[in-house]
Structure formats: structure tokens, C-alpha cells
Design a protein around this ligand. Structure first.
Ligand code: ADP
Ligand code: MG
Length: 380
């Protein structure tokens, strides 16, 4: 047991009140904690399940400090919170994860460099600081690149995909279209599959890795995800080792999601890190003895970490705003599929590409779970 765990009845603060903050808050509530969040949107998804919501942007150190004043510990659900906010929080309560880790992770250039310097496998990439740098990288990588802004960006936003078919003027404009700010250009990889490993590490240093999830993306957005992955024991062991090593070396307090690529040539490469709950582990609520959200609470409160044993396979499919644009979704039809459950985030304005909720499904096998959740999704 740790020296001074933060026990139920205490108050947890969360920077960010989106769906990840909301689901963490719901897990914390069922364990008897009180929760406060800070978010730029006063009617953010977490708003409806927390004790207090402070309105503040990601660089509003004053609001972050005000929120933290009433908290016993503060965590986050988004990595783009300014370091000034973390400093403001740290005056009142332990900030988990901390500033040093966030400084590395919130900048793709710093993150890739950290991974490389620590001997972790990453795909070929170049740091881009000018249109000329990008031209050189495109030529080095045969015009097959993912150009990603160093800062901001999620769900494939702030990224430009360049292929040999991309028009010359679009290629020339790629740097400007990303705001002429620092970027990384990654060589386009031929992927066999994408996996992720969620790791929890508590301030006492206990580290637990969940079994890997297999993730299917289309147009750079996660479509479905399943737990466990159907991969060889050898690959699973490699993925677990990489994720555990990263969590320990970077000394995360809380959760760390490690996104990885398995290439067609059999390499396992780290794509990116996220120090928070992750879309690819939503199925942990159905599949595992401890969900990622409960694990997040346990880790930041320095409680013993929960079992990550798979009780049964489960999959999720994201519900994007696109579904609503065709009329009110037929949830009744989706819920008729055996083993399916609905999770909505109480976002009131559906927009194209906006994550509004997800469906989950359990199955006898990972394949059956995916088939059920996609069947349900197609009935909406
Ligand atoms: P985000 O922060 O938006 O999740 P990612 O870097 O994870 O950005 O990219 C989103 C998705 O785009 C990945 O999950 C993958 O499907 C695809 N992708 C990104 N980089 C590459 C690459 N170098 N080679 C092949 N596919 C990639
Ligand atoms: Mg990603």
C-alpha cells in the first residue's frame, strides 16, 4: 500500500470535461469520490455528472487554479492543457500526470525525439520547420507521407496525407495549410494492423498493462476497437514490454495509452502516446475486470491498481455526428442485437466527425464482438 492514498470522499479535479472526463467522473462517482472539472464549454459532457464545472480554456491558468483549490488531486483528459495551467494546479493539489511528461507529449517533435532517444522503435520521420524541409522529406519518402502538426490535432485533424497521386500544388501548399508551424513528416507505412496498449502507473510506482486492443481506423478516425487483440503471444509480449518500459521511463502518474503500428513487414513501431483514457479502451468497461476509467481513478489516487483480466471479448464502434445528420438514429434497432449496449456523451450539437457516443458489444470471440457492434452500427 502507498503512504497516503487519496480515499473515497475526497475530490478529484479533471482538466477537460469531454467524454473521457465524463466517463472518468462516472467511474469516480461510483467509487464515492466528488469531482470537479474545468472545460471551455459550460455544457460539456462531464457537466451533467460532476459536482462543479469551472469554465476555462486550455490556457486559463486562473480557472485551473480555482478548480484545483477545492481538489485533493487533479488529473486531465486532454494533453493540450497549457503548462501554466499545470503550474497553477500544482500550487493547490498534486497534478497527475505532471508537467514534465506533458511537455514531452504535447509536442510531436519532442515526443518522437524522446522515444528515439530511449531506444524505442518509431517509423522514419523528419522534423519540418519550413516548406523547403517538407519538400525534402517528400522527396526522401517517395511522396508517401503523413504530415502532422507538432501541436494540437486529434482524430486526424491538423494532418495532411500526401501520396504519389496528390496534386503538385496541394503538396506545395501542405505546409501552409497546417498553419506554417513546426510539423513532423512521417513516411507512410503499409500497416498489417494497429494496436494500442493502455498502461496505468501509480505515484508509488506500481505499473499494470492492459492486454492490447486492436483498432481499425478509416480516414484517420477510429471506427472500431476490440479487446483482446487476436495476435501472437510473441507480438503481445513485445507490445506489453514496450508500453511498460515507456510508462516507467517517462514516470507517468495515471494512464498512458501507447498507440502502435504492426507493419506488413512484421515490425512493431510506436505511433504516439496519450497520457489519459483513450478511445481504443472504451471496450474495457465490458471486457475487463477493471475499466480504464476506474484504473485512471485508482492510479491518480494512488490506490492499488485493479485486475486487467479479460472477462470476455468486447468491441466498440464510435458514433460520429454524421449519423445524426441523416435523422434521429434508430437506437431501438441497434439495441436489438444481442450483447450490444449504448453509450452517449450528451453532446447536443452533432457535427460531421464529432464523437457523440459509442456502441459496445460483447461476444464469445473478439471477431463476434466486432461483427455484433458493426451490425448494430449499420442499423442506426
Ligand atoms: P491522431 O492524433 O489524430 O490520432 P495519429 O498520428 O494517430 O493522429 O494518426 C491517425 C491515424 O492515421 C493512425 O491511427 C493511422 O491509421 C493513420 N496514420 C498515421 N500515421 C501513419 C503512418 N506514418 N503510416 C500509416 N498510417 C498512419
Ligand atoms: Mg492516434
Amino acid at each position: 500500500m502507498s503512504a497516503d492514498p487519496i480515499l473515497p470522499g475526497s475530490t478529484i479535479g479533471i482538466l477537460g470535461g469531454g467524454q473521457l472526463g465524463r466517463m472518468t467522473a462516472m467511474a469516480a462517482r461510483s467509487m464515492g469520490y466528488r469531482i470537479q472539472v474545468m472545460d471551455p464549454d459550460p455544457s460539456c459532457p462531464a457537466r451533467f455528472v460532476v459536482d462543479a464545472c469551472f469554465e476555462g480554456g486550455w490556457d486559463d491558468a486562473k480557472a485551473a487554479g480555482q478548480m484545483a483549490r477545492g481538489c485533493d488531486v487533479v488529473t486531465l483528459e486532454i494533453e493540450q492543457v497549457s503548462l501554466a495551467c499545470l503550474d497553477a494546479v500544482a500550487k493547490h493539489a498534486p497534478m497527475r500526470p505532471g508537467k514534465q511528461l506533458l511537455g514531452i507529449i504535447q509536442d510531436r517533435i519532442a515526443q518522437k525525439k524522446w522515444l528515439k532517444d530511449h531506444g524505442l522503435p518509431v517509423g522514419e520521420y523528419r522534423e519540418i520547420y519550413s516548406a523547403d524541409d517538407l519538400e525534402q522529406a517528400l522527396s526522401d519518402f517517395g511522396n508517401d507521407c503523413f504530415v502532422k502538426s507538432a501541436r494540437g490535432g486529434y482524430d486526424g485533424r491538423s494532418q495532411v496525407r500526401v501520396t504519389p497521386e496528390t496534386a503538385a500544388e496541394e503538396k506545395r501548399g501542405a505546409w501552409a495549410s497546417l498553419g506554417s508551424t513546426p510539423c513532423v513528416a512521417e513516411k507512410g507505412l503499409a500497416l498489417e494492423r494497429e494496436i494500442s496498449v493502455m498502461v496505468a502507473r501509480s505515484p508509488s510506482g506500481e505499473t499494470v498493462c492492459f492486454p492490447s486492443a486492436t483498432n481499425h481506423h478509416e480516414h484517420q478516425i477510429l471506427v472500431w476497437s476490440v479487446l483482446p487483440s487476436h495476435i501472437s503471444a510473441e507480438l503481445e509480449a513485445m507490445a506489453q514490454k514496450i508500453a511498460g518500459d515507456i510508462a516507467q521511463a517517462i514516470e507517468v502518474e495515471g494512464l498512458l495509452a501507447v498507440e502502435m503500428f504492426v507493419t506488413r513487414s512484421g515490425e512493431l513501431l510506436v505511433n504516439e502516446l496519450a497520457p489519459r483514457p483513450h478511445n481504443s479502451y472504451h471496450a474495457s468497461e465490458q471486457a475487463c475486470a477493471t475499466s480504464q476509467f476506474e484504473q485512471h481513478v485508482r492510479a491518480v489516487c494512488d490506490l492499488p491498481l485493479g485486475s486487467v483480466e479479460i472477462l470476455r471479448p468486447a468491441a466498440i464502434a464510435n458514433l460520429l455526428g454524421d449519423v445524426w445528420l441523416k435523422g434521429e438514429p434508430r437506437f431501438d434497432r441497434a439495441l436489438a442485437v444481442p450483447g450490444v449496449a449504448l453509450h452517449l456523451y450528451e453532446k447536443h450539437t452533432p457535427r460531421k466527425g464529432r464523437k457523440m457516443g459509442h456502441l459496445s458489444a460483447i461476444g464469445e470471440t473478439p471477431e463476434e464482438a466486432v461483427a455484433r457492434v458493426m451490425d448494430a452500427s449499420s442499423r442506426l
